[in-house]
Design a protein around this ligand. Structure first.
Ligand SMILES: Cc1cc2nc3c(=O)[nH]c(=O)nc-3n(C[C@H](O)[C@H](O)[C@H](O)COP(=O)(O)OP(=O)(O)OC[C@H]3O[C@@H](n4cnc5c(N)ncnc54)[C@H](O)[C@@H]3O)c2cc1C
Ligand SMILES: NC(=O)c1ccc[n+]([C@@H]2O[C@H](COP(=O)([O-])OP(=O)(O)OC[C@H]3O[C@@H](n4cnc5c(N)ncnc54)[C@H](OP(=O)(O)O)[C@@H]3O)[C@@H](O)[C@H]2O)c1
Length: 521
């Protein structure tokens, strides 16, 4: 199907994608300018977050790219199976949580968890996701001027050549961006019907789960588990490391962790830490999971629904075979700060180069590769970044934990809400958008916040928040913390808050900034 000279509008793109998904369109979808005799500066293998943003940047710099994706749309796993369903499920979890706590009060009816259906929300997502895909195909072609081939896998032949549907395309450079997939643990019975990961959940779920066992303690485990529990499906997380303490999560403050994990337990989740899955039990379909508990005993957990939350591994095998690119012990492709692999002219980006597997990193990797390909030396350091996850809350953090700050600095002060020693139920703070109803009904549920300061330099070195509505601020706080000179408490106190502001950081800083010698609040 050649759409180069056609100008499909968004509804037409949606129809093309729908038909490709049902198999009605099984041929490649071409948007390639065959009349352009310029060589390609780069072929992007994979048009996900990294590939699409890198392609757009390279075009914007005057280069010529070709992007190939096996799916009939650009944008990759985030809008199809990962971030977007995660946010839909997390919003559902938050709404359901509020409806449960306020059940039978105000205008809230008695909560009926039979009305909350995991399957219904999954189907809602499945039926709506192609709208975003259609937009991205349209935008990439009509607004960003990209060339691409969709609905066709790319096979890398050598460092300048890619084969798509039997045709070979050549370029000065290759940019590999084929992402990652779930690391499925090697446990007996893991292939039984009723075992899902984040991708198969949205593709295949066709029944309403009654009980859930989650294997692994990843972000995905916390996020999806909180949703399942809120939807009325009693959920057990089986995790080796304490929850939120897995090695891939850095800078998780102890008090923040406690607030989140205690909150999950308060909402009825079972969290088995120091536990290992032994076997998924069933006959055709899953009926239970055998788990070795921290004390060494094995317990059988009956369930009809197992969710794998054991993290992801890069899809690097084809490029090791075809190009011999160097990978690390987890199979991630090794790159330098310019996204260059061990093979000259070959770049790798996004989840394919390992953690953090986050959108900001994937997109900026694509941009970094494009800039370097277009002759602009550009390095991307993603060792520090703002981070978040959802429970039924938005949990956000940046910079050092209190414990890390105390290791690095002699005089650390902390501004915290609720303050140490004050019972969360005694004050309705922090509160703002999303927690006002809790403030007046269940003050202990309004959240938690902490601001960590090096008192000598007066610089803020870490910020931590559990609640709603503060995530946006952390993008800018990250920038301010990492700029030369950082963010002194005095400058925070000079900012103009839009009260009620969810994190309360500005006004609380102002209460202390007048002190020549800083102290806790
Ligand atoms: C459940 C879940 C929730 C998440 N939530 C968030 C979140 O809230 N915020 C956040 O920042 N990050 C989140 N992430 C991480 C985020 O989704 C990834 O970091 C991001 O999508 C990675 O982008 P990428 O370009 O590296 O890979 P992808 O977006 O996965 O793109 C890879 C592309 O390569 C294509 N491809 C693969 N093989 C071939 C081939 N041979 N030929 C052609 N095409 C091929 C695929 O079709 C795909 O489109 C989440 C991840 C998961 C699993
Ligand atoms: N921004 C977001 O909201 C978001 C959402 C989802 C994913 N992501 C990103 O995607 C990437 C993958 O994240 P992730 O959270 O899925 O994975 P992860 O952080 O790597 O966590 C993997 C978890 O699985 C456990 N595990 C691994 N192998 C296991 C096994 N064989 N048996 C039992 N447990 C096992 C690990 O336990 P141990 O700790 O004991 O090793 C750990 O708890 C991360 O970079 C993450 O930041 C982001």
């Amino acid at each position: 199907m050649d759409l180069r000279t056609a100008q499909p509008q968004i509804p037409e793109w949606r129809s093309v994608i729908d038909r490709a998904e049902t198999g009605e369109i099984d041929e490649p979808i071409y948007n390639v300018d065959r009349g352009d005799t310029r060589p390609f500066d780069a072929i992007f293998v994979g048009g996900g977050a990294g590939g699409r943003f890198g392609s757009a940047y390279l075009r914007a710099r005057g280069g010529r790219q070709l992007t190939v994706d096996r799916w009939p749309f650009l944008g990759g796993s985030c809008p199809h199976q990962a971030c977007v369903p995660h946010h839909l499920f997390s919003e559902a979890a938050r709404e359901l949580d509020l409806a449960r706590w306020l059940s039978g009060t105000l205008w809230y009816p008695d909560f009926d968890d039979k009305r909350a259906s995991i399957l219904e929300i999954v189907e809602l997502f499945r039926s709506g996701r192609n709208a975003a895909h259609a937009f991205m195909n349209w935008q990439s072609k009509e607004q960003l001027g990209m060339e691409y081939i969709l609905n066709a896998s790319a096979t890398v032949i050598d460092e300048h050549t890619v084969e798509v549907a039997g045709e070979r395309f050549h370029a000065e450079n290759l940019v590999l961006g084929t992402g990652a997939r779930t690391l499925v643990p090697d446990i007996a019975g893991i292939g039984l019907r009723g075992v899902f990961d984040f991708a198969s959940l949205v593709e295949e779920l066709d029944y309403e789960p009654n009980r859930c066992v989650i294997i692994g303690g990843s972000k995905v485990a916390i996020e999806y588990g909180s949703f399942f529990q809120a939807a009325g499906c009693p959920t057990t997380i089986v995790t080796r490391s304490p929850l939120m303490s897995t090695a891939s999560l850095h800078h998780v403050d102890d008090d923040l962790r406690r607030y989140v994990v205690d909150g999950m337990r308060t909402r009825g989740m079972t969290i088995l830490e120091g536990a290992n899955p032994v076997e998924v039990v069933g006959n055709g379909s899953v009926t239970a999971v055998d788990v070795r508990l921290a004390d060494g005993t094995v317990e059988r957990l009956p369930t009809d629904f197992v969710f794998v939350g054991t993290g992801e591994r890069a899809c690097s095998e084809p490029f090791v075979e075809s190009l011999g690119v160097t990978t690390d012990e987890r199979g991630s492709i090794v790159v330098d700060a310019r996204m260059r692999t061990s093979v000259p002219g070959v770049y790798a980006i996004g989840d394919l180069i390992g953690p953090p597997m986050e959108m900001f990193k994937a997109r900026k990797c694509g941009m970094a590769a494009a800039r370097n390909i277009m002759g602009e030396p550009y390095e991307f350091d993603f060792s520090e970044y703002p981070d978040f996850l959802h429970s039924t809350y938005e949990v956000t953090w940046v910079g050092l934990t209190e414990a890390e700050a105390r290791e690095r600095h002699d005089h650390v002060v902390v501004i915290q809400m609720p303050p140490p020693g004050v019972q969360p139920g005694d004050i309705p703070l922090p509160c703002a958008e999303g927690s006002m109803l809790y403030a007046f009904t269940r003050p202990e549920l309004t959240g938690f916040q902490k601001c960590v300061i090096d008192a000598e330099s007066r610089r803020i070195v870490g910020l931590h928040h559990v609640g709603f509505g503060a995530k946006d601020a952390f993008q800018y706080l990250d920038h301010l913390l990492r700029r030369p000179g950082g963010l002194p408490i005095d400058e925070m106190a000079e900012m103009n808050e839009l009260f009620l502001n969810p994190e309360h950081f500005i006004q609380l800083s102002r209460l202390r900034a007048g002190n020549l010698v800083l102290s806790d609040l």
